[in-house]
Design a protein around this ligand. Structure first.
Ligand code: UFG
Length: 324
């Protein structure tokens, strides 16, 4: 199978790339390297192109044929999206429209799209399933929900088959430590906790300790990046037999508080995580935990990493000696 992997130089995209190539897929990576790393593209073919530049986008399609596109290109920081909404709507919505038009021109009719738990906004139930109301509370989540709507319209108008996969908190790294999570700046909890423990980053700030949760800190559902990759491969297969636009939630179905993550990171690193309590961060819902029953039942998804320590262990091995 020949796949165009947009955003394959990024954190989740590069793990997807490795996963597919190791399973015999032929992959072309498209990335503008605005936040991704050329060093992360260790497999397949690389084309530097930008979804907002139709000429460079065309160069990725020209002379190649693809069975499907997997689309990870996006700006993805909640706080930044509140400050820079135009950037988020341009990159995430207009960029995706350009990609969809290019796919239509070149006769590619299957798309796996990176969506997010941020499409739900404040949860109204304990386990968030696909039917949960969608009411994003920031431009990032809104931009992803807009694309989900566009995909439903594209199915009607053009017969596009699509799978929107809504990730909860992607975490961990390839067990071989050849690729891993490297954001600049780093805003995510697990890398920040591990870097604090290793002394390669500042002490951790715990954003909020007065939430209505058992220990007062926010609860999240951490899912290993290779388990996300597994779901994408299954999503590609699902579209062989299913028309239309579909959406699936991807999480482990188990919530861990910031304090529990700190404890796990200390256990894995074998040393304490230096931290201080800090005010709440804008836009953080207290609890976000997925129901992934539908992905398990319909895609046959079966996450391999169910223990938080095992997920953090793979991240720790990467952060001890990051290659980029
Ligand atoms: N946190 C800290 N200190 C830090 C970093 C994070 O206390 O240095 C806390 C946050 O306040 C939050 C939790 O740890 O309560 C997890 O934060 P992350 O930044 O690791 O992840 P988020 O839950 O904010 O974001 C993730 C994805 C987003 C997506 C969102 C869906 O990174 O792209 O889940 O809600 F939108």
């Amino acid at each position: 199978m020949k796949t165009l992997l947009c955003g394959g130089a990024g954190y989740i995209g590069s793990h997807m790339l490795k996963w597919l190539v190791e399973r015999g897929h032929s992959v072309t990576v498209l990335d503008n390297l605005s936040t991704g790393h050329r060093e992360a593209v260790q497999w397949g073919e690389f084309v530097q192109a930008d979804l907002l530049d139709p000429a460079s986008l065309e160069s990725a399609f020209a002379g190649r044929s693809f069975d499907a596109v997997i689309h990870f290109c996006a700006r993805s920081l909640v706080g930044e999206s509140v400050a820079q909404p135009y950037d988020y709507y341009a990159n995430n919505v207009a960029g995706t429209l350009n990609l969809l038009e290019a796919m239509k021109r070149h006769g590619v009719s299957k798309l796996v799209f990176s969506s997010t738990a941020a499409v739900f906004g404040h949860p109204v139930q304990d386990f968030i399933d696909e039917e949960h109301p969608k009411a994003p509370i920031n431009p990032y989540g809104a931009s992803k929900l807009m694309v989900e709507r566009i995909l439903a319209d594209a199915a009607q108008a053009h017969g596009l088959r699509s799978m929107a996969l809504r990730y909860f908190n992607a975490a961990g790294a390839s067990p071989e430590s050849d690729i891993g999570e490297s954001h600049q700046p780093e805003t995510h909890l697990i890398p920040n906790a591990l870097r604090a423990a290793l002394g390669t980053g500042p002490g951790l700030k715990v954003f909020g300790s007065d939430y209505p949760t058992p220990d007062g800190t926010c609860v999240r559902d951490y899912v290993h990046v290779d388990d996300l990759a597994q779901a994408h491969e299954q999503a590609l297969a699902y579209m062989d037999t299913h028309e239309g636009a579909h959406a699936f939630n991807l999480g482990n179905g188990q919530g861990f508080s910031v304090r529990e993550v700190i404890d796990a990171a200390s256990r894995v690193a074998g040393r304490p995580v230096p931290y201080e309590l800090a005010p709440r961060r804008a836009g953080d819902p207290p609890v976000l935990v997925a129901s992934s029953q539908r992905a398990r039942a319909e895609l046959g998804w079966s996450p391999r990493y169910t223990s938080l320590d095992d997920i953090i262990e793979t991240a720790y091995r990467w952060h001890r000696n990051p290659r980029y």
